[in-house]
Design a protein around this ligand. Structure first.
Ligand code: PBG
Length: 369
């Protein structure tokens, strides 16, 4: 293009992006618009597969995916999760094999959830030295020493009431001013510290607190630093919504609350500015990586965090309900699976996530090979 053409094109581009061209302007303007219309043919860049590859703005690679896995006690256990076709509760030797297969396809990290042999009100199994997560970490590391092992740090799978912390309960209640069954913040932080330390001792590479307690990142950071784990990064579930899309996970992890819900700590789906506040606090408290969860209904939040916190890698969690929806539609033949899955994962990346935590990780990695 000559400089004159460029400026016509740029002017017209600016106009087009602002508003549609007005037909009833001067003759000069409409001639200019007609010229510009012919000059601007975005389809030129879509004619050849090679050209489309050259101008693709967003990449999707197995190394950007994190594979969540569910560990259960016992040997040779492989229990399918009904609402999540392709997902299983696995005893640690099967879990290690599954992680190894994902690693062989280029996935670099797994996120471990544990289902304990026994539960109590305080979730004591959550930080047991020989608990399910320490055993799962050992099995994965033994089979795949280079795989990054991230562990979920929360109480909901370990408490008999299914809540993410220590409850305000008893007679009299520990904090009279707070309602019966309220998740007590600072009492819970003490347990989260123990969980993080137990995972660190067992060889976790990253800990991921998901309970949405105030101050959890700072508290865990201090505990890790004090325990000799100043080098261990924290992936914070900085922005976690009180979402209906966790339903299938709660079957998989057996962590559904026995009463009430999680709205006193997880965020209201209607809020966006509050997400920036949550993320800013976690950054201040020392989070190394940030996460938004769920992913698809919150892509605007992913984009805002990406823009606001350029110095922090950002993950988005493509949660169980998002997986279940897609699998159900594909099982019915309503969507073409490979294309739909890769489109979803690419969209989450395009919105600004560096990393996508997804149950599709292994199959997507195979398709991306
Ligand atoms: C809590 C936790 C949950 C998920 C990840 N960590 C459930 C919850 O908050 O109720 C949900 C993940 C998913 O739906 O895939 N430990």
């Amino acid at each position: 293009m000559t400089p004159a053409e460029t400026s016509v094109a740029e002017t017209s581009m600016r106009e087009t992006m602002r508003e549609p061209p007005m037909r009833e302007t001067s003759t000069e303007a409409s001639t200019e618009a007609a010229v510009a219309e012919q000059a601007l043919r975005p389809r030129r860049l879509r004619t050849l597969p090679g050209l489309r590859d050259l101008v693709r703005e967003t990449s999707l690679a197995p190394s950007q995916l994190i594979y969540p896995l569910f560990a259960v006690p016992g040997r040779d256990v492989r229990t399918p999760v009904q609402s999540m076709p392709g997902v299983f509760q696995l005893s640690v030797e099967h879990l290690a094999e599954e992680a190894h297969q994902a690693a062989a396809l280029g996935v670099r990290a797994v996120l471990l959830f544990g289902i304990p042999g026994s539960k109590d009100a305080a979730g004591s199994e959550s930080h047991a030295r020989d608990g399910i997560i320490p055993r799962a970490i050992a099995a994965v590391k033994d089979r795949s020493p280079d795989l990054v092992v991230i562990t979920d740090v929360c109480l909901c799978e370990y408490t008999d009431h299914g809540h993410c912390g220590i409850l305000n309960t008893g007679d009299p209640r520990p904090v009279a001013a707070l309602p019966e069954g309220y998740v007590l913040n600072d009492e819970t932080l003490e347990v989260l510290d123990l969980i993080a330390l137990s995972h660190a001792e067992a060889g976790a590479d990253v800990v991921a607190p998901s309970g949405m307690m105030d101050g959890m990142v700072g508290s865990i950071r201090r505990a890790l630093d004090g325990g000799g784990y100043a080098h261990l990064p924290i992936l914070s579930y900085a922005v976690k919504y009180a979402s209906s899309f966790y339903g299938p996970f709660r079957e998989a992890a057996q962590g559904a609350p026995k009463f009430g819900d999680r709205r006193s700590h997880q965020m209201d789906p209607a809020n966006a500015r509050e997400a920036l506040k949550e993320a800013a606090l976690d950054v201040q408290e020392g989070a190394d990586l940030l996460m938004v969860k769920p992913a698809l209904p919150y892509l605007d939040i992913v984009r805002q965090l990406r823009d606001r916190f350029p110095g922090h890698p950002l993950a988005a969690y493509n949660v169980s309900g998002e997986y279940a929806m897609l699998k159900a539609a594909c099982a019915n033949g309503w969507l073409e699976e490979k294309r739909a899955v890769l489109e979803v994962l690419t969209s989450i990346r395009r919105a600004g996530a560096d990393l996508v935590i997804t149950y599709h990780a292994k199959e997507a990695a195979r398709w991306l090979k």
